[in-house]
Design a protein around this ligand. Structure first.
Ligand SMILES: Cc1cc2nc3c(=O)[nH]c(=O)nc-3n(C[C@H](O)[C@H](O)[C@H](O)COP(=O)(O)OP(=O)(O)OC[C@H]3O[C@@H](n4cnc5c(N)ncnc54)[C@H](O)[C@@H]3O)c2cc1C
Length: 393
C-alpha cells in the first residue's frame, strides 16, 4: 500500500509537527490554517520538553536546538529569599521560535493560510475536507490539529466542550537588559517560582525574537495564575478595552486598564522583588484562561484529532505543546507500522494517545486544585516538575 495523502487542518505547532513527520515518511501533506497571516507572535514563552523539539534534536544535535537551558529550579518567598533551589535541566523557548523553525522545515508551498475547515466527510476509501469559500479537497487521512475550540471535534462530539477551570494565566515578557543587576543575577540560570495565597507565579528566560539565547539578549517570561470565578469576575476580565468579549485569550493590548492597574498593585503587594520587576516591565501582558478538555475518542475512520483539539491540559506540567507533538510522532509510527493503511493505523494509535492525555490531564487537575483552591502547593515538591509522561519526563 502507498503512503496516504494527508490533509492537516490547523497549522500551529501540533499540526506542523505532524505535517513534517508524515511528509518525511513519504506522504503527500498539505496544511490548511484558518488564520490569514502567519501565526507570528503569541507573545509568550514555553517550556520545551524533549518531544517538542525532537524533530530538530534527532537529526542535528545541540546546534539545531531551538531553545535555551536553565539549570536551577528555584522557589522564593515574598522577600526574595530562596526556599529551595534544585539543580535540574529544563529548556525554554518562545512559541514563535519553534513555530518559525517548523514552518521553515515544512516550507510555504503546501502551507495554506486563510483556509478554514468547515466540515468533512470520512468514507471507507477517502476523506473530503470542506473549506470556507473554497473548493473541497480530497485525501486519505485528515489530521485535525485545530486547537481547543476545534471545529472537527464540535462536529464529531458536540457534547465535548472545554470547561473553564476557575483561573487564568497572566503572561508576558520583558527584556532582560532592562532589569536590575539583582534581578538579572537571580534569573541568570534559574527558573523561579513563588507560591502565593492562592496561586503561584513562575518566571524564566527565553530566547529573544531573533532566537538569541544569551544574556543580555534574552527576554524574561512570566506566567502568573490568578483566580477569577465565573458569574461576574471572569466575564468582566475577558471584556476587552475594545468592547469585545473573548472566550479564551486576551491578546496584548486588549486588557482593560482597570485590570492592568489592579494586577500591578497586587504584584507590588505580594511578589518577590525580582518577580515584581519582571511583571512591571511588561507594558502589555496577555491573559490565557485555563480550561480542561477531555475527549473519549481521537480516531474516527480516516479522521483523527490531535493536541488540544482532543485533550486540553492545564498548563502546570508544561506539556500541552509536547502532547500535540507526541500525538504526531505516534501517528507517524502507527502509519509506518500499518504500512500506510489509515484506518488500521488510527485504530492502533488511538488507545495509547488517549491514555497519555487522560493521565496528564488528571495530574494537571490535581496540581491546579492544590495551587489555586486548596492552597497546598509546597515549594520544591518534585511532583511539580514539568513532564508529559510523568514529573521530569
Ligand atoms: C498559560 C499557558 C501556558 C502554556 N505553556 C506551555 C508550555 O510551557 N509548554 C507546552 O508544551 N505547552 C504549553 N501550553 C499549551 C500549549 O499552548 C497548547 O497545548 C498548544 O498550543 C496546543 O497546540 P495545538 O497545535 O494542538 O493547538 P493550537 O496551538 O491551539 O493551534 C490550533 C490551530 O488551528 C487553527 N484553526 C482553528 N480552527 C481551524 C479551522 N476550522 N480550520 C483551520 N484551522 C483552524 C488555529 O488558527 C491554530 O493555528 C500552555 C498553554 C497555556 C494556556
Amino acid at each position: 500500500m502507498g503512503w496516504p495523502r494527508v490533509l492537516v487542518a490547523g497549522g500551529s505547532i501540533g499540526g506542523l509537527t505532524a505535517a513534517v513527520l508524515l511528509r518525511d515518511l513519504g506522504c503527500e501533506v498539505d496544511v490548511y490554517e484558518r488564520s490569514h497571516a502567519a501565526l507570528e507572535d503569541r507573545g509568550a514563552g514555553i517550556v520545551v520538553l524533549p518531544v517538542t523539539e525532537r524533530y530538530f534534536t534527532q537529526r542535528g544535535g545541540e546546534d539545531d536546538r531551538v531553545s535555551l537551558e536553565l539549570t536551577f529550579w528555584s522557589y522564593v518567598d515574598r522577600a526574595g529569599v530562596v526556599l529551595s533551589a534544585d539543580p535540574d535541566h529544563f529548556r525554554f523557548s518562545g512559541w514563535s521560535t519553534i513555530y518559525r523553525a517548523l514552518l521553515d522545515e515544512f516550507g510555504p508551498e503546501r502551507y495554506h493560510l486563510g483556509h478554514e475547515m468547515t466540515g468533512f466527510e470520512s468514507r471507507p476509501d477517502g476523506v473530503i475536507l470542506h473549506l470556507a469559500d473554497r473548493p473541497s479537497i480530497e485525501g486519505d487521512l485528515l489530521v485535525c490539529a485545530d486547537g481547543l475550540g476545534s471545529t472537527a471535534r464540535s462536529i464529531l462530539m458536540p457534547e465535548v466542550v472545554p470547561e473553564y477551570a476557575g483561573y487564568v494565566a497572566w503572561r508576558g515578557t520583558t527584556p532582560e537588559a532592562g532589569l536590575s543587576e539583582r534581578a538579572r543575577a537571580d534569573l541568570s540560570d534559574s527558573m523561579i517560582y513563588q507560591v502565593l495565597d492562592p496561586g503561584h507565579i513562575l518566571v524564566y528566560a527565553i530566547p529573544d525574537h531573533e532566537g538569541r539565547s544569551t544574556s543580555p539578549h534574552r527576554v524574561i517570561n512570566f506566567v502568573w495564575y490568578r483566580n477569577y470565578p465565573t458569574g461576574g469576575p471572569f466575564e468582566d476580565l475577558m471584556m476587552g478595552r475594545d468592547g469585545i468579549s473573548r472566550a479564551g485569550t486576551m491578546p496584548p493590548g486588549t486588557i482593560r486598564l482597570e485590570h492592568l492597574t489592579e494586577m500591578r498593585a497586587t504584584a507590588a503587594e505580594v511578589l518577590a522583588p525580582t518577580l515584581r520587576e519582571v511583571v512591571e516591565g511588561c507594558a502589555e501582558p496577555l491573559i490565557q484562561a485555563v480550561f480542561d478538555l477531555e475527549s473519549p475518542r481521537m480516531a474516527f475512520g480516516r479522521v483523527c484529532l490531535i493536541g488540544d483539539a482532543a485533550i486540553g491540559l492545564r498548563p502546570h506540567v508544561a506539556a500541552g505543546q509536547a502532547k500535540a507533538c507526541a500525538d504526531g510522532w505516534a501517528l507517524r509510527d502507527a502509519l509506518a507500522a500499518a504500512d500506510g493503511d489509515v484506518p488500521l493505523a488510527l485504530a492502533a494509535w488511538e488507545p495509547g494517545q488517549l491514555d497519555l492525555g487522560h493521565r496528564a490531564l488528571a495530574r494537571t487537575r490535581e496540581m491546579g486544585q492544590a495551587s489555586q483552591f486548596d492552597r497546598t502547593m509546597i515549594p520544591g515538591d518534585p511532583a511539580w516538575k514539568f513532564g508529559l509522561w510523568e514529573p521530569g519526563n
